[in-house]
Design a binder for this molecule. Sequence first.
Ligand code: ADP
Ligand code: MG
Length: 403
Amino acid sequence: MTTLAGIKTIKDLELENKRVFIRVDFNVPQDKKTRAITDDARIRAALPTIQYAMDKGAKVILASHLGRPKGKVDPIYSLEPCAARLAELLSCEVLLPDDCVGDAPKKLIGEMRGRQIVLLENVRFHPEEEKNDEGFARQLAELCDVYVNDAFGCSHRAHASVHALPKLMREKACGFLLEAEIAKLGKIITDPDKPYLAILGGAKVSDKIAVVENLLNLVDMLVIGGAMANTFLKAQGNDTKASLVEDDKLALARTIMEKARDMKVDLIVPVDVVVAPSTDATEGKVVDVGAIPDGNLALDIGPKTIAMIEGACKKAKSIFWNGPMGMFENKAFSAGTFAVAKAMASVRAFTVVGGGDSASAVRKAGPEIQMAFTHISTGGGASLELVEGRKLPGIEILRSGNA
Ligand code: ADP
Ligand code: MG
């Protein structure tokens, strides 16, 4: 069960004059040449927790990874751009020691004054981080009195700053971002309002097997779209021509369709698709799934299928969406994905989207649509693992009794 049971939130902790270690996810996208931050959403997402701790008189110590420095110091992966951006956003001084453990951070933390924050340098400069090393965690523990995890996107990894460190700490809690992720994603997998609709798409059936299997036990309606739908269409006997199909998953697709029938889940598989001879075509053609022309691939769902999904959205009290309905990066094949975003935004249901590409599609759909969602998960892999029904090490270690 994924709920907040046994997990303290930052509001339950005594913070005044305490050294508060907050694990944030500042793994931001950067320009390859200049290292300028191209999207600061992850930094902004951590602000409520940081601001709250500062307002309560805490000495705030932040830690994050950035990129894949593979356990070595590499200036390309320095958190320096994040320190600068954070200083701008909070109008305060952000100090960046050149290492996350040892004398440099100890000295800076010892000398901290009001409205200063210490952002530790990239924890992945040490190979021990990804090894969940206890000795390394002890060195981090020396820097702080209290531990807060606000890095949902990293909580599916048993790494030292999200697992071995909180294991050592008596006082620990989730931040506001992690709290919202657990509460919202937790609700759609433990206690969803019914009728419950799940909309699944994306590139491959093989990526989503565990998600489909877990959701089948919970939902009343299930949509299969995206490239993943091609495998289902072929399993139904359609000639999918040049479309991406996972031939080794045809039997699995049949089993899922049978299980849906047995469990009386209303399964919606595309009845029409948008096709083209190549993925870089500038326009597509709508055809029924039984009439894909030779040499063509299905790259988006068609208008009849969209209408079916809109109808299902209107009936639902909760909707979970993962996986684009088509190759939405190409405008010619983006209509299905944006129609789903719009349909979910225009109903009065509990609406959650999870998955890196799906969440980015919702953001691309514009601020009005974004705001209408109950929750847009910040974790790609982490949100999928939760929906698969798995326990995330970074969350479980926060529960009382796990010290
Ligand atoms: P998420 O990150 O939300 O979990 P996935 O990574 O599973 O989603 O899938 C996203 C990718 O699937 C996108 O890059 C999109 O172009 C691709 N995709 C979806 N439908 C199709 C299709 N019909 N043909 C080719 N690619 C598709
Ligand atoms: Mg993806």
